[in-house]
Design a protein around this ligand. Sequence first.
Ligand code: ADE
Ligand code: ZN
Length: 318
Amino acid sequence: MIPKAEIHCHLEGSIPPFLARELAARNDLALPDGLFGPNDTYIWRDFLSFLGAYDRVCGVLKVSRDFGDVIYSYLARAARQGAVYVEMFCSPERPKALGIPYEEWLASLVSGIDRAQREFGIVGRIIIICIRHLGPERALAMVERMVAEPHPYVVGFGMGGDEARFEPDDFGPAYRLAHDKGYGCTVHAGEVRGPESVWSAIRALPVTRIGHGVRSSEDPRLMEELARRGTVLEVCPGSNIALGIYPDRAAHPLHRLIEAGVPVTLNSDDPPFFRTTLGAEYDDAGLDARTLRHITRTAIRSSFADSDTKQRLLSRIE
Ligand code: ADE
Ligand code: ZN
């Protein structure tokens, strides 16, 4: 099995329907109507209704233990697919809305990560993400909380959510604080919006990676710039196709980006929502084993883990 590493996967987006049902039952919560489709899938139509379905799945989470169980469950599945490292996007907004203190939420995630490492040898780390459509003030407050309570497993800062809302520049203060305190930074861009969204992200924010960024392929000058800077794209082909950004794998720009020298990685984003897995992304990428191994090394090198952890991981996959 090819060793894999994933640097773009959302915690709540990793909850499969079976786990959503289990959590709802355990927490004595009713499952929302119209969430599940046939064959154990989630129902949504387009990007915004996907975000809505995502929020409704989040509704099965209630107590701090749930978050640790979700990360453990995902890391266990990823390890079985050959993953040695996963960096998970975790948003403190949900626990906050539930009244769970930040440090209690974090402790639960850490215990899930430790358990997965003990049982499967997989290394997990956390990227704190803000939600773009909730605005820049919430983002800055989140970074202030993150830097006030540092933990060695919290290695980076990022932003997901609705790309049509606000501009990257609006989040400059949050990103600069995270960067100045030594956190790696990434941002979703060039997924729903075009190459101009990637230009403004790399100009306005101290990011070394872009979440998705696939629409950079529409601008040769931008691909050149990403290659020159060594900015890594967290590519999620299954997600892009499920969301209708590209009709199929043949139309997906993964190979064009590689040919242009842009560093890429392969990721599952929100796997059960998009009927994908990390293993499927590697299997379906249409790339040879040598290139796939190179992609794993790129993911580890561009990860926000400390350099000792990266070295250990790199030597494990040789
Ligand atoms: N949040 C969860 N998945 C996302 C995606 N693919 N794009 C933006 N925000 C998200
Ligand atoms: Zn994402």
